[in-house]
Design a protein around this ligand. Structure first.
Ligand SMILES: C[S@@+](CC[C@H](N)C(=O)[O-])C[C@H]1O[C@@H](n2cnc3c(N)ncnc32)[C@H](O)[C@@H]1O
Length: 255
């Protein structure tokens, strides 16, 4: 297993140390009301489908794919601790999900899936070469006509609008100068505990280059959408800044 290391941040041990806290980030209003809703809206009907979930973490979405009727679900993550938590859940409620510890950049072809999916994985690529390696793995594991669906940090959000994230329970900061590979630090405050995540800025042009170089025919970018429950609970006005400045984005690529 390859451990990515740039700027002295080692990701595998890092995610191992925040695995429990990371689970809590799903409790933020944007997790349940925007991320989940945007993701599943893009995915559509999963009944009978095969799905490879890359950077699956502790399996929050991986389990949902099975609950939505997917026939085969495989989750891959570089963090042994995240996979341990996912397997614990599988032990409590066996869904028939296979979990693998591995680096998406080195995974190669392990199958031919209807969907390859990734929630907040691509934003861990620190260079265009790393992003390309991830995209090559994604492409290799899709059947012809298959679809890659992701939710991701929105590379087009202007850093000037990062302060709006505070209203939604987290802060977002970017290292200077604002250039390819700049570190984006996210600090989450959930139920009194704080923890940080580190993403990396790569431009939309770099993402499109990586998708096309990997072999994807069509690339679509999607704005976040709020669930009807989210609108009912918090009101439309609460979500206005989120929708206008879009801290996250949906991505869809066709093979
Ligand atoms: C922000 S978390 C998202 C986890 C999960 N997809 C979710 O939404 O709950 C990102 C995950 O990507 C994993 N990851 C980062 N780089 C990776 C790589 N090169 N290969 C596999 N997993 C990676 C991390 O260990 C972490 O679990």
């Amino acid at each position: 297993m390859t451990v990515s290391k740039v700027n002295d941040v080692i990701y595998t041990p890092y995610y191992d140390t925040i695995a429990q806290e990371y689970k809590k980030s799903k409790e933020l209003p944007k997790g349940l009301n925007v991320d989940v809703h945007t993701y599943f809206n893009l995915l559509g009907n999963l009944a009978g489908k095969s799905i490879l979930d890359l950077g699956c973490g502790e399996g929050f979405y991986t389990r949902k794919f099975k609950h939505k009727g997917a026939a085969i679900v495989v989750g891959v993550d570089i963090s042994p601790k995240m996979i341990e938590l996912a397997r614990q859940e599988e032990g409590k409620e066996p869904l028939g999900i296979e979990y693998i510890v591995g680096d998406v950049m080195e995974l190669g072809k392990i199958g031919s899936f209807d969907f390859v999916v990734a929630s907040y994985l691509l934003n861990h690529a620190q260079t265009k070469e790393e992003l390309l390696k991830m995209c090559q793995t994604i492409h290799a594991n899709l059947r012809p006509g298959g679809r890659f669906v992701a939710i991701n940090d929105n590379v087009q959000q202007s850093p000037d609008s990062y302060p709006i994230c505070e209203k939604y329970g987290y802060t977002k900061r970017i290292s200077k100068p604002f250039q390819e590979g700049a570190t984006i630090t996210l600090t989450f405050s959930v139920n009194g505990s704080n923890f940080q995540l580190y993403d990396y800025y790569l431009s939309k042009a770099t993402y499109e280059w990586a998708f096309r170089t990997a072999g994807f025919k069509e690339i679509r970018w999607h704005k976040p959408i709020v669930s009807p429950e989210g609108v009912r609970e918090f009101g439309e006005e609460f979500w206005q800044d989120f929708l206008e400045y879009a801290p996250m984005v949906g991505i869809e690529c066709l093979k």
